[in-house]
Design a protein around this ligand. Structure first.
Ligand code: ADP
Ligand code: MG
Length: 249
């Protein structure tokens, strides 16, 4: 469903006038409704890969396809969640969640109904009249997820969405995301530098190496959910991925 085929991206350094290969020759197929975690050292091209899938950037070589059709620009079928929650402070939570639908021209009643359903899904129904500044970091990200889901995307691209949260909040959000994923059945690509988070979430974990970013290794995780991070299998997997990560640093 989401496919990278021979994808490379070179950024041109205008001052030096030379190219910098951010990612090289990426072949990766992500099945519909799968949850894939992308891990790798800082600068290995994780965000570049997501930005290509989101249509924010175009590949230098190769193709990014969704259901066999090339991604040529941003689309409502592809939702993106970044680390920094991007909410408008002067709008209520409900208005923020409904904003994309408003831009699409949906009438108020319909868009508010849809926004309320999404707030229900992320357990923020009681906060629809709150302002973003009244919310904790995790709640802000829930509102962003609700806003993204309101647009009805098939694919959810998440770039270290809980990376700015403290550990407790992050663990809570991981569980919330799993609940949403199980209910909504989206295809999720989740970037994290936290191996434990990748093991809690992913059906697959893809490790990238750096300079240039390439796929180094991947794992299928078939541990039952909710995953016990203290189990022997989870510990062994964590050890294995940590060792591989050392090799690509
Ligand atoms: P990651 O998300 O894994 O930390 P990025 O995808 O952000 O890595 O970056 C990969 C490489 O590409 C880095 O060396 C980064 O400096 C470079 N890069 C990313 N975006 C741009 C850009 N818009 N212009 C120039 N270089 C970029
Ligand atoms: Mg990044």
């Amino acid at each position: 469903m989401l496919q990278f085929s021979g994808v490379s991206k070179t950024f041109v350094d205008r001052e030096k006038g030379e190219g910098m290969v951010a990612i090289r020759d990426i072949d990766l197929s992500i099945e519909k409704e799968d949850l894939v975690c992308l891990v790798g050292p800082s600068g290995c091209g994780k965000s570049t890969l997501l930005n290509l899938a989101a249509g924010f950037e175009r590949p230098t070589h190769g193709k990014v396809l969704v259901d066999g059709r090339e991604v040529e620009g941003p689309s409502p079928r592809i939702g993106v969640v970044f680390q920094e929650p991007s909410l408008f402070p002067w709008l209520s939570v409900l208005e923020n969640v409904a904003l994309g639908l408003k831009v699409q021209g949906q009438p108020r009643r319909e868009r508010e109904e849809r926004a309320r359903q999404m707030l229900e899904l992320v357990d923020l129904a009681a906060f629809e009249n709150a302002r973003p500044s009244d919310l904790s970091g995790g709640m802000k990200q829930k509102a962003v997820i609700a806003r993204t889901l309101a647009m009805g995307p098939d694919v959810l691209l998440m770039d270290e969405p809980f990376g700015a949260l403290d550990e407790q909040a992050r663990k809570h959000m991981d569980m919330e995301l799993l609940k949403i994923w199980q209910q909504e059945r989206k295809t999720v690509v989740f970037v994290t530098h936290n191996i434990e988070e990748a093991i809690v979430l992913g059906n697959r974990i893809v490790l990238m190496s750096t300079h240039p970013g390439e796929i180094f290794k991947e794992w299928n995780v078939d541990l039952p959910r909710p995953r016990d991070m203290f189990s022997g299998e989870a510990s062994a997997l964590r050890q294995e991925i940590s060792t591989a990560l050392q090799q690509v640093l």
